[in-house]
Design a protein. Structure first.
Length: 243
């Protein structure tokens, strides 16, 4: 009679198989823990043959592909000339801001650009709200729409993380080690305008002084892009047979 695996071992077995660990590697670990080879193989076969496991395996395989794609985008950002700093521009028109930065999800700091952008008629600045300073860093937030932060007086420092690294923020990808986090620094002074693209994470560092105004930005003739969590849908059609 074969010894039944404990609940903790069955959970460990399923988790590692879902993460892509080879069956033979898992079997060797079971044998090392005290099972004989046939019992270890039978335990793995029982998990792999479970319909619940097969459905979960498809979902985790898709997640791994998406994480790999996001990591690839993160690597592209790291190849920029100054990957740790937000690009600065002394002069920036509305059309260039839209086409080169906003529509390409690239942050930028433009000096003295708020008045010309507002007067151009091509860029809509909606829902202005004050952005107070603070001695302590704020928590990491995600921009649910394109944001323009205008520093009126004083200065502040912000940290930005691209949308493609949001899994790294949660520590669930190969980019979860601190040295792989793609964090961009943005130091604002009076009359600086910072674009935070939709989907990017941002945090205000401690010691922010003065006053700033935050706008929702977008094309004047469009409603703008909004980041929303997707509602879960059925991945496949349900079986035709009655349950």
């Amino acid at each position: 009679m074969q010894r039944k695996l404990s609940r903790a071992w069955r959970r460990w077995l399923a988790e590692n198989l879902l993460l892509g660990v080879k069956s033979r590697t898992v079997e060797r670990a079971l044998v090392k823990a005290g099972l004989n080879a046939p019992a270890a193989r039978a335990a793995v076969d029982a998990v792999v043959g479970d319909p619940c496991f097969r459905g979960a395996f498809r979902a985790t395989a898709m997640q791994r592909k998406l994480e790999g794609l996001m990591d690839a985008y993160g690597d592209l950002y790291r190849q920029a000339p100054s990957p740790g700093e937000v690009e600065r521009r002394d002069a920036l028109g509305a059309r260039e801001l839209l086409q080169k930065y906003l529509l390409r999800s690239r942050p930028v700091i433009a000096r003295g650009a708020l008045a010309p952008l507002a007067a151009s008629g091509e860029l809509a600045l909606r829902d202005p709200r004050p952005w107070p300073g603070g001695r302590r860093p704020s928590r990491m937030r995600r921009a649910t729409t394109d944001l323009l932060v205008y520093q009126v007086i004083g200065g502040r420092a912000l940290t930005l993380v691209p949308w493609c690294d949001f899994l790294a923020v949660a520590g669930r990808t190969r980019a979860s080690t601190p040295e792989r986090h793609l964090r961009l620094r943005a130091a604002l002074q009076a009359d600086d305008l910072l674009l935070i693209p939709v989907g990017w994470w941002y945090r205000q560092e401690g010691g922010a002084a003065g006053a700033a105004i935050c706008y929702r930005a977008g094309e004047a003739k469009a409603a703008g892009i909004t980041w929303r969590e997707a509602r879960a849908l059925f991945a496949t059609a349900p079986p035709r047979a009655r349950p």
